[in-house]
Design a protein around this ligand. Structure first.
Ligand code: R5P
Length: 331
């Protein structure tokens, strides 16, 4: 039997880009769509009175390369379920490939059994994303890079380093005797990369959590902050306890101006009130999670948000074209 030749003339490896946004980060999704010059696809997301979520696509995605943009911030379970249901909807409509674009992945702090009789919820979330039907995922700065191993699908784990570093170079240029301070040993390795690139010294705070309650105690400062301007760098701020403890500690050790840089603005309820009361000159973060207008107003001009949209758009473009992402970072 002869095969009609037009069957072989498929122009793209995975079909055209189809962008779908959940309801968790509309501004970021719109910016990505603008950078890609590709509109967000219409869909309905309905919350029924029984709290069940329903999704309907307005047009077929058969054979297309689909990206679901949904961050899994507070309300975590609503946002996570929306993500899963959207992925399954695309799968059932025969999308050629589905990528979960999750700028902030929830539950990554639950990544090991560090006490008896506890779950590893990060693994469960990875499994759920796969079972829903995702072929790939994209995210930023996981709590621990090893979490990549919880997925058996490929992923692009991106680093906010690439979007923050220019601003931080400019900032440290204006600082007096700058030092990078890592308030959590878990993030210290990444903080070292920032410090090396900025050519400034690094200090650490050894912090120990005392229980599952949102309390943290800073135990020891390793390094010199006296008469220096400090950048406290952490992967996320949730309750603000870690940063508040760190700020107080370095102040006691003679730090001068303090800048707080954090990648994921989780900002649990009441955290912003605690943060804005701290003697911090500037808070620098990204839009992997949207910050409410009310919280932005509380920070005022002490808040600087640097967007990850352009980087995500470039990575989506490359993924669609089957091009290297590492090349973007000269890797
Ligand atoms: C911890 O492992 C992280 O790097 C952050 O230090 C932590 O998630 C911050 O949480 P919180 O703001 O509740 O102290």
């Amino acid at each position: 039997m002869s095969v009609p030749t037009h069957i072989h003339s498929v122009p793209l490896m995975y079909g055209s880009v189809r962008l779908y946004a959940g309801s968790s980060c509309p501004e970021l999704a719109n910016s990505i769509a603008e950078y890609l010059n590709t509109p967000l696809c219409d869909r309905d997301i309905v919350n029924f009175p029984n709290d069940n979520i329903f999704v309907k696509l307005h047009r077929s995605v058969r054979g297309q390369d689909c990206y679901v943009i949904q961050t899994t911030s507070i309300p975590v379970h609503q946002n996570l379920m929306e993500l899963l249901i959207m992925i399954q909807t695309l799968r059932l409509d025969s999308a050629a490939r589905i990528t979960a674009v999750v700028p902030y992945l929830c539950y990554t702090r639950s990544d090991k059994k560090d006490q008896p009789r506890v779950p590893i919820t990060a693994r469960l979330v990875a499994d759920m994303i796969e079972v829903a039907g995702a072929d790939r995922y994209m995210t930023f700065d996981l709590h621990a890079d090893q979490i990549q191993g919880f997925f058996s699908i490929p992923g692009d784990v991106l680093y906010a380093f690439h979007v923050l570093i220019d601003y931080l170079e400019e900032l440290t240029g204006k600082m007096h005797n700058p030092v990078m301070v890592s308030p959590d040993l878990g993030f210290a390795k990444k903080a070292r990369n920032y410090a090396a690139r900025l050519d400034i010294p690094l200090a650490f705070i050894e912090k120990r959590r005392l229980s599952n309650a949102p309390t943290a105690k800073a135990l020891t400062l390793i390094g010199d902050v006296k008469d220096r301007d400090c950048i406290l760098l952490d992967e996320e701020i949730s309750t603000g306890t870690t940063i508040a403890t760190a700020v107080n500690m370095i102040k006691e050790h003679g730090a001068k101006d303090i800048y707080v840089v954090f990648i994921h603005p989780v900002l649990a309820p009441n955290s912003v009130d605690c943060l804005v009361a701290l003697p911090v000159k500037k808070f620098v973060t990204t839009d992997t999670i949207p910050i409410s207008a009310e919280d932005k107003a509380k920070f005022g001009d002490r808040l600087k948000i640097i967007s990850v949209a352009q980087l995500l758009a470039e990575v989506i473009h490359r993924a669609n074209q089957g091009r290297s992402v590492g090349e973007l970072f000269n890797e």
